[in-house]
Every structure is written in structure tokens, then in C-alpha cells.
Design a protein. Structure first.
Length: 462
């Protein structure tokens, strides 16, 4: 078969609303080299499980079209990570002469994109913050366990990227992929020199992960977040002797991207009704998972494989209909209230602060600290009242650009010098108002007292 026709035996196309088509390697007659292909990994149970976990945890109850899954985002991140790796490879090779072939580097990054969310549980980051915190782990810990465990053989048996077969003797070490998906240390693992250089492209402020979900979530939710010029950011990025670097010609594109991400953060991920749902979920989520899973997922992966949003919602629906003991029926009824959006918390305060004026103390204030200080500032006669607070800067860290303090390295060609800016410094250029602090109550009886107390705590005028 000639080379032109051989491509059709090597690669499948998958339609995508953001990139139009994604390329996925396949095996069989005329397929790519290796005992496993990308299609095998995509079809694996751990990846297919992500079809049954929403990309936007509880926001799909607010945005009618937000029905996309972690699976779709994983495919998009795989595509973008591979495109970026091929662009970075020439400058990477100058900095790290011992780097393997471009197709091996590309495929390693593609697999990191594909598998970066493989450890997620039902309701995504909410599961991390309201269940996995018991063991001081998150979905990345579980993802690493899966990558170096059940999925390791398939990763090691890959033999090609969509562009070309690996060079003879080359193979992916699953630990490379596990290393790339998280900033957590990997005790006992010493990565090859080229791998840490590429890591910021997977976990940085403008990572392949972030640059996929911003346009994807915006498009599917129907929320116009403004222009996102991902291709310009990729084109003007390179590997310098100081690591992943962004040419100054991409600075404005980066600001636009950060602005779009910030807008989604305030309008979608921390939408007032999304947070009301999260408050109500928090009351029933942990006891529900203790019944459905009953322990650390790392110690019961077989059960965890079957635990998705589909299975959870099906189980609690049965409980609401009368199945199980009294505890299960009560939990089922509480879940039914959430599903029907009969929400008991009402928003009665929202503190808006200009991004450029956010004080360090406010950024580091926890929910508990904010609630305690409000109660201390309430008149003594109402300090007993029931209320909940929401410090949006504290939670859902993967969604929250305002908590990022990582440095971004810029190259200034006119001065032939490098400079570093922290993400928070970049935000000071953006004309965006951030809604960071909220108070919820069951009714508005003590609205005025709570508003006055919150404004005193935050140093705002009433």
C-alpha cells in the first residue's frame, strides 16, 4: 500500500466541536507499530468510565447544554498536548540533546493529556474536596495509580504517535505519563532531563488542560467568554535554557486567554446557583459515598471503576423510592431535592472586589475564617443565626485562576532578555470584577446584619 493510503489504516478520525477532527492511532492490518494503540486506551474501561462523569460537576444543573463529559475533555487535551509537543520539540532538542524522537515525545504528551483526569470520581473536583480529603489525596493520586497499574502495560506497548512509528527500541515509560499529570512528588522516580522541561505544558497556568477546557466549556455552555487564541500562544512558545518560555508577541493572547478563563470562573464554575447546589450537596455527599464506596478508592479500584455519576444518581433515586434502610431513604430524598433544584440556601450577600485590589489576606482567607469573622462582627443578639459562606477563591482549585501564583517566563526580543510574571500580577491588567465572597441563608430575616458584618470583615463600604 502506498504511503498516502497507508494513513487511513493507521489513524481514525473522531469529530470534535473545537478542533473539528482528532486523530487516534489504531491497530490491525496496516495499523501502527506496537502491541497497543491509542484506540485501545480510549476503549479501555477506565477511559470509557469518564463518559459517565460530567465535565462541569454540578454546573450541568444550571446550564442546560453543559452535558459534556470528562471523556470529551480528555480527548481534546490529548490532541492539544500532542500539537504543542511537536511545536516545542526543535527548541527542546537544543536544550536537551539526549531527548528521544519527536514521535515518542509527542505520544508521551498525548498520553498525559488523555489520562490527566482518569482518576476523577463522580462530580469531579467536588469528590476530591468532599470525600478524598479524608485520606489527603485527590484524583491525581488515583490517576497515577491507574497509569502505573492497570493501564501501564498498554502504555508500555504503544509503538507510534499519529505522525510516525517510534524509533527502534523506543517505548513509553508509564512513570513519565504519571509524572506529567501532577505537580505532586513521585518518590523514588528520577525523570529524564527533558521531562521536567515539558511538565509546565501539562500543569501550568496555560497548560494543554486549561487551553482545552476554556474554549470547550464556553462553547458547550453557550457562554461567550471572548476570544481565545490558543494557536498564537502555542506558536510563540518555546523551550529556552530557563524552561517553557512565551515570546512577548504572545503576551496579549495570553492576557485574552486568562481573561476568558477568569470570566468562566465567575460566570460558570462559581455561578451563584451552582454554589447553592454545592452547599446543599455538601450535606449529603460524604455520607452517600461512604455507603456506596466505603473507603479509600486506592484500596478498592474494582469498586471505584463502577462508581460514576450515572451509578450514584441511579442508586440514590432507588433510595428515594423506598429501597434500603432509613438512612438511605433520607439521603435519597435529600438528593431528590437537589435533582429537582429545590434549593434551601438563598444568596443574600456578594462581595465584589477588583482583581487588582485583592489583598493577600483576603485571598488566603478560608471559609471557616470568613464565617468566624462575620459571626464576631454580628450584633450579639443575632450571633446564633444559621448561615453559610462561600469563599470562591478557596475551592475548586483546578478552575480558579485567582489562586495561581506560578511564574510565567516571557522573552522580550527588543531587549533580548527574560522576565517572569506571576499569574496574579497579570490579572492586575484585566478590567474584571471578581465575586469572591458570598453569604447564603435560609431566608432574608437578618440580611442587613450579615451584609454589614461582611463588609466590615472585607473592608468594604456598606
Amino acid at each position: 500500500m502506498d504511503e498516502a493510503r497507508a494513513e487511513y489504516s493507521r489513524v481514525n478520525l473522531s469529530s470534535d466541536p473545537i478542533y473539528r477532527y482528532l486523530r487516534i492511532t489504531k491497530g490491525g492490518p496496516g495499523g501502527v507499530r506496537g502491541a497497543a494503540t491509542e484506540q485501545d486506551l480510549v476503549d479501555a474501561a477506565w477511559l470509557q468510565r469518564l463518559r459517565r462523569i460530567h465535565q462541569l460537576q454540578s454546573a450541568w444543573w444550571v446550564f442546560a447544554t453543559a452535558e459534556h463529559s470528562r471523556f470529551q475533555h480528555a480527548l481534546g487535551a490529548m490532541h492539544l498536548a500532542g500539537e504543542w509537543a511537536r511545536h516545542l520539540y526543535p527548541s527542546l532538542r537544543v536544550t536537551c540533546p539526549d531527548v528521544p524522537s519527536v514521535q515518542l515525545v509527542e505520544e508521551t504528551m498525548r498520553m498525559a493529556g488523555l489520562l490527566h483526569d482518569v482518576g476523577h470520581g463522580p462530580f469531579g473536583h467536588f469528590f476530591d474536596e468532599n470525600y478524598l480529603d479524608t485520606w489527603q489525596i485527590d484524583h491525581e493520586h488515583i490517576g497515577r495509580e491507574l497509569i502505573t497499574g492497570p493501564l501501564a502495560d498498554m502504555l508500555a506497548e504503544l509503538g507510534a504517535s499519529p505522525a510516525a512509528d517510534f524509533e527502534p527500541g523506543e517505548r513509553i515509560d508509564p512513570r513519565w505519563v504519571a509524572y506529567l499529570i501532577s505537580s505532586h512528588d513521585m518518590p523514588g522516580f528520577q525523570p529524564p532531563a527533558w521531562l521536567p522541561v515539558l511538565r509546565p505544558a501539562m500543569i501550568g497556568a496555560f497548560s494543554a488542560d486549561n487551553m482545552d477546557y476554556v474554549p470547550r466549556d464556553s462553547y458547550i455552555c453557550g457562554v461567550s467568554a471572548g476570544p481565545v487564541d490558543v494557536q498564537r500562544i502555542i506558536h510563540y512558545s518555546f523551550i529556552s535554557e530557563r524552561g517553557l518560555t512565551l515570546h512577548a508577541h504572545a503576551a496579549e493572547a495570553l492576557y485574552m486567554f486568562l481573561n476568558a478563563r477568569l470570566y468562566l470562573y465567575s460566570q460558570v464554575y462559581f455561578h451563584r446557583t451552582v454554589r447553592r447546589i454545592d452547599l446543599q450537596l455538601r450535606e449529603v455527599f460524604r455520607p452517600t459515598l461512604e455507603l456506596l464506596l466505603g473507603g479509600n478508592p486506592l484500596e478498592r479500584l474494582d469498586q471505584y471503576l463502577d462508581l460514576t455519576e450515572w451509578s450514584l444518581l441511579s442508586d440514590v433515586d432507588q433510595w428515594a423510592r423506598g429501597d434500603g434502610d432509613g438512612e438511605r431513604r433520607a439521603l435519597g430524598q435529600a438528593w431528590a431535592e437537589v435533582v429537582a433544584r429545590r434549593l434551601k440556601w438563598r444568596l443574600i450577600y456578594q462581595g465584589n472586589i477588583e482583581a487588582r485590589d485583592i489583598a493577600t489576606g483576603a485571598m488566603t482567607m478560608t471559609r471557616e475564617q470568613f464565617a468566624r469573622q462575620i459571626r464576631e462582627h454580628l450584633p450579639s443578639r443575632v450571633r446564633h443565626i444559621v448561615f453559610e459562606v462561600d469563599v470562591a477563591a478557596q475551592e475548586s482549585r483546578a478552575f480558579n485562576p485567582m489562586t495561581e501564583t506560578a511564574d510565567i517566563l516571557f522573552y522580550e526580543p527588543l531587549e533580548d532578555r527574560y522576565r517572569q510574571s506571576r499569574v496574579l500580577d497579570l490579572f492586575r491588567r484585566l478590567p474584571v470584577r471578581m465575586a469572591l465572597f458570598r453569604i447564603f441563608a435560609h431566608d432574608e430575616t437578618h440580611r442587613r446584619e450579615l451584609i454589614d458584618a461582611a463588609n466590615e470583615v472585607l473592608g468594604l463600604k456598606g
